[in-house]
Write a protein that binds this ligand. Sequence first.
Ligand code: SF4
Ligand code: SF4
Length: 170
Amino acid sequence: MENSELYLQRYLEIEKILNDFYQYFDYCLEKCIKPAIGINNGPVAVCCKDKYYKKYDLEDKAFDLLRDEREIRYGKPDQINDHSGVSPCEYHTSVGCALKTHKSPICLSFMCRKSIDNLRDRFNIFQYDYLGFNYALEWILTGDMTGIAYAEFKDSCLDMITKIKNPKKN
Ligand code: SF4
Ligand code: SF4
């Protein structure tokens, strides 16, 4: 396996864990997205206000692989039929982001101040710092994160799920 393939594999493993995390952390859906849909009576962009799937991507082989695999699975940006019309991002459809996997680091890591505060207040989860997560995801893809650091980062992500599933034990 080429290094870039290994880095992408690690990245997708973290993406899966973060997607699991969002199964339990409902703040975005319940407190932001649903109320905004109610007010607008239709699709809402919330924080997807740019073409973030490519805006901050780096010139790097694993980033290229990520984009290639994304386009095979979900189509190229100009092939998305159900564009919401409320976000400049072509992957933003009438029911939200078309990318269930293979998001870019910025899309995967972004949490606004309000959602991070909620994570802290409700679940005592303090390890989520949006820029720190963004850089960590970039380093996983570029290979700048060592295997040991990757294992620690992965444990830290799994720990967030444990905490959010067992709030009384915090
Ligand atoms: S990160 Fe913030 S703005 Fe984006 S969906 Fe969640 S609560 Fe809303
Ligand atoms: S790719 Fe998805 S998460 Fe990223 S900006 Fe577009 S709709 Fe939002």
